[in-house]
Design a protein around this ligand. Structure first.
Ligand SMILES: C[S@@+](CC[C@H](N)C(=O)[O-])C[C@H]1O[C@@H](n2cnc3c(N)ncnc32)[C@H](O)[C@@H]1O
Length: 250
């Protein structure tokens, strides 16, 4: 099951996701009347941008966090007539009224370890010829933070549940083709994000990066854990490496 997110803290942070969202949506070619699904829509930033691009279209947001979706409904309260908001797990078949014209996704797929099911579900939700644009953490993402986590917690023992899945280019290309996508283009791009040392870095780590680690720790240990990870970073930088995907349903 997807985890809950602190939606208000998330929206208060300086998120590189804003730029990733703009870059991802810029790869869509739209006439303005399509229906586009945002997979892992969070608090709705990219859905608002999609509504602007689709004066005669609709936007469907799917996310597994009720708190993210509550915040989305509040932020987009005056635009709900052209929005559908669905709380669902992207690893399970999606229940839609019909196939959509395009799917976009930002900063979501690395929270999902079963990419075969994820891509199969998205392919089933997309019309033949429909566009698919996405970005997420890819191979090598947050390696320094991961090393700091391992220093604090100890190396992950065999069998410990995986928190993130940072896929590479070849495996993703193969999985997308297996799921029925064509015109598949996948690339990796380092894109480090610098934050203010101290409270901003710790709040960012706790809210955006280390949530799944914190879910596994008693609440009384959260602050010490985040500060210990932050203290082990050589600079207040999140060493992001992004996996960019463009494809079409065959
Ligand atoms: C880092 S946030 C990105 C949100 C938004 N796309 C953005 O760029 O701000 C990741 C989102 O993925 C959602 N998510 C993670 N795993 C999911 C799953 N299995 N099914 C549905 N949503 C999921 C989370 O609830 C969260 O809102």
């Amino acid at each position: 099951m997807p985890r809950e997110w602190d939606a208000k803290a998330y929206d208060s942070l300086p998120l590189p996701h804003q730029q990733w969202g703009r870059g991802t949506l810029s790869r869509l070619s739209l006439t303005g009347t399509e229906t586009v699904l945002d997979a892992g829509c969070g608090t709705g930033r990219d859905m608002a941008a999609l509504l602007d691009l689709l004066p005669g279209g609709r936007v469907i947001g799917v996310d597994g966090s009720s708190r993210m979706l509550e915040q989305l409904r509040t932020k987009l309260a005056d635009r709900l007539d052209r929005l559908d908001v669905i709380e669902a797990d992207l690893t399970k078949p999606l229940e839609l009224d019909g196939p959509v014209d395009a799917i976009s996704s930002v900063a979501t797929f690395h929270w999902i370890t079963d990419h075969a099911s994820l891509f199969a579900n998205l392919a089933s939700s997309l019309r033949t010829g429909g566009q698919f644009v996405a970005e997420c953490g890819g191979e090598g993402n947050v390696a320094r933070i991961n090393a700091a986590v391992e220093e604090v917690l100890g190396a992950a023992p065999e069998g410990r549940e995986q928190v993130w899945y940072f896929a590479g280019v070849e495996e993703t290309t193969a999985r997308l083709r297996e799921a029925g996508f064509t015109d598949v283009e996948v690339s990796l791009l380092p894109d480090p994000a610098r934050l203010e040392a101290g409270d901003q870095l710790c709040s960012y780590l706790a809210t955006v990066v280390l949530g799944s680690h914190l879910d596994r720790l008693p609440e009384s240990d959260h602050e010490d854990f985040v500060r210990a990870v932050a203290a082990r970073l050589p600079e207040p930088v999140v060493d992001y490496v992004r996996l960019n995907i463009t494809a079409r349903k065959g």
